[in-house]
Design a binder for this molecule. Structure first.
Ligand SMILES: [Zn+2]
Length: 386
């Protein structure tokens, strides 16, 4: 009780709120006193929010962790995410089958992990990216093979289908201009995914790929940095509820790292500026924007929120991006993403007010508590929870 609450719906913060949790669920949110049978935690001076949701991550991209130790690296990455208040993560491209094994292990209680929303492998045309990231892509050409590839990911356990509609800035020899898939292939992919009840996340950097993805019915546009060049596509996104995941962090990560060649760093810098123009144009058009960092290290994800506000979002809009809207992007908005009765108690408590300083969300020792299904999984205040 006594918490400042930012509920993730886009409503402004409310002061001195009591949230009642039972059996892992939020059962009441309001001003009244807590029921007599409850263990009460005083949250004066703190802010309670939905657990943060990263809608674009690659959790099996572990840098230079040796192959034989990758399982341990993955467990550490999961722990880092939880310690950073990320209670749901959508992985949009994993190596081999490691991500399915991770989910199995988490379900068995062998490791702690955020709620995992998985695509498995990325479906793409034959392309240079598949060689640059061996094991992460499922190349498919022609309508029949595209449908086959969608069914493969679905049968492996995918929650979402990820497709490369354009080349990637981090791949030598790839151009973000011409779409990699033909219109009939994109349409077939979206149709097959939707028929199976799965949303589609489309990697679309260049203007033509963004327009094609939107017209084919993709549910989220990943990166989308040339969106400001196709206002008709942004208008269609606003109308249909297609969500933009701008991933500003990945442009800065590549631009600032010596590990990448000069030409790639220049390209990242240029496209990062373009992505910021798209955020302004998308916001003006009423396009929903979600948080996705798409960059290492796991645990620094919420730095994306500082970048989103530098690019023109208000603090409240950035927090909605990381909660309610990211939940929608991940297809888990019926479960989490807002502080409302009936939702699962995936919540975080921060020491201070993130609306006046979003950087505290990724600062050490400011995250007081992380709850998953009502159970304390991280934060130095965890000892206060029974
Ligand atoms: Zn990505």
């Amino acid at each position: 009780m006594g918490a400042r609450v930012v509920d993730g719906t886009g409503s402004s913060a409310r002061a001195s709120v009591t949230i009642v949790l039972r059996n892992g669920l939020i059962t009441a949110v309001g001003e009244s006193d807590p029921p007599a049978d409850c263990h009460v935690i005083d949250l004066a001076g703190m802010t309670l929010l939905p657990g943060l949701i990263d809608a674009h991550a690659h959790v099996t991209s572990l840098g230079d962790v040796p192959d034989e130790l990758r399982a341990y690296g993955l467990v550490q990455a999961m722990s880092d995410l939880l310690e950073a208040g990320i209670t749901t993560v959508r992985d949009l491209g994993a190596y081999g089958d490691s991500v399915w094994r991770l989910r199995d292990a988490a379900l068995l209680g062998l490791c702690r992990a955020p709620r995992l929303v998985l695509c498995g492998q990325v479906i793409s045309a034959t392309c240079a990216g598949a060689k640059a990231f061996p094991g992460m892509y499922r190349e498919a050409n022609g309508v029949a093979e595209i449908r086959w590839a969608v069914r493969e990911q679905a049968s492996a356990g995918a929650d979402v289908i990820k497709v490369m509609s354009t080349g990637a800035l981090t791949v030598a020899g790839e151009d973000i201009g011409p779409p990699q898939l033909r219109r009939e292939e994109m349409v077939a992919l979206v149709e097959e995914a939707h028929r199976l009840g799965l949303p589609v996340a489309s990697h679309a950097e260049g203007a033509d790929g963004i327009r094609l993805s939107v017209e084919a019915g993709a549910d989220t546009i990943e990166h989308g940095e040339e969106g400001h060049l196709v206002p008709d596509a942004l208008a269609a996104m606003a109308e249909r509820g297609t969500i933009l995941v701008p991933t500003l962090s990945v442009f800065d990560h590549v631009a600032q790292s010596d590990a990448y060649p000069g030409w790639m760093r220049d390209r990242a810098r240029r496209l990062g500026e373009s992505a910021r123009l798209t955020i302004q144009a998308a916001r003006k058009e009423g396009v929903a924007i979600a948080m996705g960092a798409d960059a290492p290290p796991q645990g620094a994800n919420a730095q994306e929120l500082v970048r989103l506000t530098d690019a023109g979002l208000t603090g409240l809009e950035a927090l909605s991006a990381a909660t309610g809207i990211s939940a929608r992007a991940c297809g888990v908005d019926g479960l989490v993403g807002t502080v409302e009765p009936g939702k699962k108690a995936d919540l975080i408590v921060v020491d201070g007010d993130p609306l006046s300083d979003l950087a505290i969300l990724s600062a050490p020792r400011r995250l007081w508590l992380v709850l998953q299904d009502g159970v304390a999984t991280a934060g130095y205040g965890a000892a206060h929870v029974p």
